[in-house]
Design a protein around this ligand. Structure first.
Ligand code: FES
Length: 352
């Protein structure tokens, strides 16, 4: 039924394209249904369920042409108008692919200085049309599954993990799985029912302290022989990666939050087309990425994950220096940088 509907839409577009020039078919189909577009992927907020401690669970109905298949652990991008501009972020899908039924589900917690997360948590209405980027990401279950798994997460790092746990259960593959999840306080705990169902170790760090890699190893004695999936704050993942290297363990990590603290002072950013034609100039602080600054200036640069993973956003620096918030490295003229995780370290010219 869905295929026939899409074929019908394609025919309508074909006819419209012949008769609507110089406007595009989208300009007309949007009047009929705002989710029909060939230029971009769209969706609509189907339901908004606000939870404790500044969280919200959103269900999203994808519009025409959006790929709905995904692997447990992958994320989608969402673009939402905030103060007159589209603001984009990536969020992990939380349902199992086997039960998602063509609907995307995400859970968002409002973060400090998080323009979009705050908007989603506090004011996003049900029914709002949004833009979408297709499911993507390498942090997902593999086929065939490793015989023994360990999931280690902290805070909202539970979101891709819960999708994988739900998928394992749906597929009846739940025999040898160890789960450890940390939160700052009890109120921060999301998906408690899922965690309890897996007999997870839940750590409240404000009461019991943080778990380092050696603590985790003590909790899961055969940890080095398991395939480890870890998602949480950058420092936790860096410690785990070093531990895994020392123990020759197989670890897959996902960094979901960009740590914006750095000594980069920001500066004037010039966005140049073809290296010469000035498209926009912006004063940008040291915690705003070049991708975000471009979007704020009306220069829409390509992007995918917005987390420093996919390389879709790479552009060359023409003049000046930028700081990579993930690695702390500084890059200068001639280097190609990931605009989603780099901030200006002084005046910068970027080829867009
Ligand atoms: S958007 Fe994926 S690395 Fe920048």
């Amino acid at each position: 039924m869905r295929t026939r509907t899409r074929d019908g839409l394609a025919n309508v577009r074909h006819v419209l394209r012949r008769f609507t020039s110089p406007l595009l078919p989208d300009d007309y189909t949007q009047l009929i249904n705002p989710l029909w577009s060939q230029r971009e992927l769209r969706g609509r907020i189907l339901s908004v369920e606000r939870g404790a401690h500044d969280t919200v669970h959103l269900r999203i109905a994808p519009g025409w042409g959006v790929p709905v298949d995904f692997h447990a652990g992958q994320y989608i991008g969402i673009g939402v108008p905030v103060d007159g501009r589209f603001v984009w972020r990536s969020y992990s899908l939380t349902t199992a692919p086997e039960t998602s039924d063509g609907i995307f589900a995400i859970t968002v917690r409002a973060v400090e200085r998080g323009k979009l997360s705050t908007h989603l948590v506090r004011t996003m209405p049900s029914g709002q049309p949004i833009r979408l980027a297709a499911p993507a990401g390498d942090f997902h279950l593999t086929d065939p599954l490793p015989p023994r798994l360990a999931f280690i997460s902290a805070g909202t790092g539970i979101t891709p993990v819960v999708s994988m746990l739900r998928s394992l259960r749906e597929r009846g593959l739940e025999s040898d799985v160890a789960v450890v999840h940390s939160v700052h306080s009890r109120e921060d705990l999301l998906f408690e029912e899922d965690l309890r169902a897996w007999d997870a170790t839940i750590r409240i760090t404000s009461e019991e302290g943080r778990l380092g890699p050696e603590d985790l190893h003590a909790l899961i004695p055969d940890l080095p022989s398991r395939v480890i999936y870890a998602c949480g704050p950058g420092a936790m993942l860096t410690d785990l990666e070093e531990w895994a290297k020392a123990h020759d363990a197989d670890i897959r990590t996902e960094r979901f939050v960009l740590d914006r603290d750095s000594d980069a002072q920001g500066g004037t950013v010039r966005f140049l087309r073809g290296g010469t034609e000035e498209r926009a100039v912006r004063e940008v602080d040291g915690s705003t990425t070049l991708l975000e600054a471009g979007e704020d200036a009306g220069v829409n640069l390509p992007f995918g994950c917005r987390m420093g993973i996919c390389q879709t956003c790479v552009r060359p620096v023409l003049e000046g220096e930028v700081r990579n918030l993930r690695t702390g490295e500084t890059h200068g003229p001639g280097e190609r940088i990931q605009t989603c995780i780099c901030v200006p370290a002084g005046p910068v010219s970027l080829d867009v």
